[in-house]
Write a protein that binds this ligand. Structure first.
Ligand code: PNS
Length: 179
């Protein structure tokens, strides 16, 4: 009997899904490492109209595209809505990449991977361990620190820290509270 490896085409691209509100250095590291291992990474930005984001869909996509402009062909950025597995099936990939920062991430990530496998058994989820220096970074804390005037350099790429500073200034001019 032929083994699984003989029946299934090798993977040429992986999907890295997320909200990316905004992109952090943790995300950048996972994308760079995944592109070295797998060749091509499709960064899939979730469009979720029921969740209020700081950056618009177009802004989130543009920030990632800017950061990875020199990776032409190896990193692409697309928006998706609905089920992740449906999106993955619409690509030439069948692998989802997620980063794990700490054991506390594992419960949620394992649940998501198992649900996705139940929905689409041919899709695999691979986890990459975040680098130690990124283990405390999340989009949520970055937004909070930046909007309250803290320094987020070292947590996000330059394009993102500039965009966060602009958001803070915009809110200040509009007389809105920082958060
Ligand atoms: O960066 P995030 O917010 O942790 O990413 C979560 C994401 C986008 C990967 C997840 O919410 C997702 O896949 N949403 C699409 C809806 C879906 O497929 N849900 C079923 C699996 S939980």
């Amino acid at each position: 009997m032929a083994g699984r490896s003989q029946r299934v085409a090798p993977v040429k691209a992986v999907v890295f899904p997320g909200s990316f509100d905004p992109l952090t250095n943790g995300h950048v590291d996972i994308i760079e490492r995944a592109s070295e291992i797998f060749g091509q990474v499709i960064v899939a930005v979730l469009f979720n109209p029921s969740k209020e984001a700081l950056f618009t869909q177009a802004e989130r996509e543009a920030l990632i595209s800017k950061q990875f402009a020199r990776y032409r062909g190896r990193v692409s950025v697309v928006s998706f809505s609905g089920l992740l597995v449906d999106f993955v099936q619409s690509t030439k990939s069948r692998v989802v990449i997620r980063g794990l920062r700490a054991i506390s991430d594992f419960d949620y990530e394992a649940q998501m991977a198992l649900i996705n496998r139940k929905l689409a058994p041919q899709i695999e989820t691979f986890f990459l361990t975040a680098r130690e220096e990124h283990s405390y970074i999340s989009s949520t804390v970055v937004k909070q620190v930046a909007l309250l005037g803290g320094d987020v350099r070292g947590m996000v790429p330059r394009v993102v820290s500039d965009a966060l500073a602009k958001k803070r200034e915009e809110r200040r001019r509009q007389g809105r509270r920082p958060l």
